[in-house]
Design a protein around this ligand. Structure first.
Ligand code: BGC
Ligand code: BGC
Length: 658
């Protein structure tokens, strides 16, 4: 049987292929006139004095300087000297890029490099204007490229907390750790509303439902940037935020990363657009364009969406930044040439490696009239507006700023406490047969499973490296694994802990805590064809069964970037906790699954699913409010210690794909 979306894809792919002969730049959807995108009155209004200054600057800039402001290169492929020479407006470090290519770069190394780029941008010796360069980084679950930083649960776990106040606090902590390293800008929050969990970026989204994304996006923006129209706004404790990826990233057909979102325009607004309404309301200063297409056209080349909708109708007056080589996705563009994207409304072009060619080609395209100079002026005005609002012209060198170099703030105990609270609140209890949880501290506990002592597994993708792979516990100073947390509570109470990844024991334990789940991945590398959870050789399931057969009660703690079909593992567990990708504070798990020292509940479960959990392995796009909704655990589900769990055996034959 063909799914509805497959039918659409088959039919409309053909239609769109025919349509491609027309014009890419202005592709306006046919139903656009019926959809009313809300106008958001920004709490960061344009002010006449700044606009006057921007006009004066623009009048003094050469075309080369203007286009340079629009170009964003990556630290592995650009030197400070080149930033000076080509007047580059911004730089970034992608996942896995560090000062001096040193994964263990210190805070001082980051600040020193920030100083070098800043100084280069402020060098007026060649007659250029001094316009401070800004540096962006993917601080998507804390300042995750930096060794020792506080790492929060990925967004899927935060969605389960339902705690918007906590989100804001997480934004504040993240901003301060970013500021310590002399960096100005976080490429966060991701406000994707994820509709098909095969998508490799499912965990970057707070929810499958716009309700939570809308409630959270603005609060995260306020946390990162400070409160608009107050003295905290983009002060030295805060950084520029980015709402990403505009628009429809979580809605691609079959969950394919960078795929095609077929949603009609009303759904684009009602489902995928709500995070932007929320972020713009909080005064977000940048928006990142999305790799995906909307109805056959790459968003990076869609003037209708970037200019008509986002800038004109919604009223966004900051820069739209393209995604990493996102210009290359546009039909008829390449990594070093894409007038379509600029004409569509991209203002800052993230061209990590091919930036020099891009710069030269763009200058030529302005000279030959392919790109109107007015478009360039508008882009540069938006960039300068951002730099004024972020106080870049009077913040001084990165190393002179109040937080910079304060390495004691990176992974500070108070910051880790916020992350640990987030871990506790993100855990969703799916099964608790016979009230096995909470466990007594004074027990003989077997801790098993490949995730029990793996901080790499518990932090997932976008952690130090892009994919989150190639990290060992030694790369996480100050962090705790689940095992560390359990040892600490059980040890203090006089119980005992035996750790054996494959579940071997000599003396029968009172209980086994088995921690397992997905290996780290990021972006398309995490795309799946099916949602059955399978560990190599089915080892995890065999481990659970082996313990059960030996009469040991089993608590499963499952790390995953999405709900997966785990019915066999559920049946083989007495208690089952969906722990998502909790980050650096693994000890937050013991806080909840163990009783307190006097035997009472220490912390109850608070997490509620922000994604529906499938009952059948064939449920690939399963979302709240679907017709014929049949989840195993519906959106909003999550047991507490006051609940008596009634879950019996669940069907555990994985249905063949149709
Ligand atoms: C991702 C963005 C990220 C950018 C910079 C892209 O591949 O889609 O989310 O901000 O890279 O690392
Ligand atoms: C990704 C970026 C990432 C970079 C790391 C790119 O392919 O799109 O997001 O930061 O690789 O090398």
């Amino acid at each position: 049987m063909m799914t509805r979306s497959a039918v659409l894809a088959a039919c409309c792919g053909l239609l769109l292929a025919g349509h491609a002969a027309i014009s890419a730049a202005d592709s306006v959807s046919t139903d656009s006139s019926r959809v009313q995108w809300p106008h958001v009155t920004s709490p960061v209004p344009a002010d006449a004095a700044t606009e006057q200054k921007i006009a004066e600057w623009l009048a003094r800039m050469t075309l080369e300087q203007k286009v340079g402001q629009m170009v964003q290169a990556e630290i592995r492929d650009v030197t400070p000297e080149e930033v000076r020479k080509y007047h580059l407006g911004s730089i970034l470090n992608g996942g896995g890029a560090f000062p001096g290519n040193n994964k263990h770069a210190s805070v001082a190394d980051w600040v020193k490099l920030a100083d070098r780029f800043y100084d280069a941008s402020m060098d007026t010796s060649g007659g250029a204007l001094a316009i401070p360069v800004i540096w962006g980084t993917d601080a998507v679950h804390g300042h995750n490229n930096v060794i020792g930083a506080t790492l929060f649960p990925h967004n899927i776990g935060l969605g389960a907390t339902r705690n918007a106040d906590l989100l804001q606090r997480i934004g504040e902590v993240t901003a301060s750790e970013v500021a310590v390293t002399g960096i100005d800008w976080a490429f966060a929050p991701t406000v994707a509303v994820v509709r098909d969990d095969r998508w490799g970026r499912t965990y970057e989204g707070y929810s499958e439902d716009p309700e939570i994304v809308k409630a959270f996006a603005g609060r995260m923006v306020v946390g990162l940037q400070g409160t608009a129209a107050t003295a905290t706004f983009l002060d030295s404790n805060h950084v520029i935020a980015t709402a990403k990826h505009f628009i429809g990233d979580g809605g691609t057909d079959q969950g394919v990363d960078r795929g095609d979102t077929l949603a009609p325009e009303q759904q684009l607004l009602d489902i995928h657009g709500q995070g932007y309404v929320s972020a713009l309301n909080a005064g977000v200063q940048t928006v990142m364009a999305s790799y995906n297409s909307w109805r056959g056209w790459k968003v990076h080349g869609q003037k209708y969406l970037l200019t008509n909708v986002l800038k004109k109708q919604m009223g966004f007056d900051g820069p739209v930044v393209s995604d990493w080589d996102g210009v290359d996705e546009v039909q008829a563009c390449s990594k070093d040439k894409c007038a379509q994207a600029i004409n569509a409304g991209i203002d800052i072009v993230m061209v990590p490696t091919q930036w020099k060619g891009f710069l030269q080609n763009t200058i030529a395209q302005v000279k030959d009239g392919t790109i109107p100079e007015a478009r360039i002026d508008d882009a540069v005005a938006r960039i300068l507006r951002l730099k004024y609002r972020a106080h870049m012209f009077d913040k001084g060198r990165p190393s002179s700023r109040p937080l910079s170099g304060k390495s004691e703030l990176v992974g500070a105990p108070a910051h880790r406490e916020v992350a640990r609270q987030a871990v506790r609140e993100s855990l969703v209890l799916l099964k608790n047969k016979g009230g096995l949880l909470p466990l007594k501290r004074k027990s003989n506990v077997l801790v098993a499973g490949s995730g029990a002592d793996s901080i790499s597994k518990q932090t997932g993708g976008w952690t130090i490296t892009w994919q989150g792979t190639e990290n060992t516990n030694a790369d996480f100073p100050g962090a705790t694994s689940v095992l560390t947390g359990i040892r600490s509570v059980v040890g203090k109470a006089g119980g005992s802990v035996v750790y054996s990844a494959d579940g071997e024991f000599t003396r029968k334990p009172d209980v086994a805590v088995v921690v397992f789940g997905e290996e780290p991945y990021a972006e398309g590398a995490g795309n799946l064809k099916a949602l059955d959870y399978v560990s190599p050789g089915d080892a995890d399931l065999q481990l659970l069964k082996k313990l059960r057969a030996a009469g040991v009660p089993v608590v499963s703690v499952f790390f995953s970037g999405r709900p997966l079909w785990i019915n066999p593992e559920l049946n083989a567990s007495d208690a089952f906790v969906a722990a998502w990708l909790p980050g650096s504070e693994g000890a937050g798990i013991a806080d909840v699954i163990f009783r307190n020292a006097s035997g009472g509940v220490n912390h109850d479960f608070k997490g509620k699913l922000s994604y529906s959990w499938p009952k059948h392995s064939t449920q690939l796009a399963l979302n709240r409010n679907d017709r014929d909704y049949e989840a195993l655990f519906p959106y909003g589900f999550g047991l507490t210690y006051r609940d008596r769990d009634q879950l019996g055996p669940v069907p555990d034959q994985s249905a063949p794909m149709e």
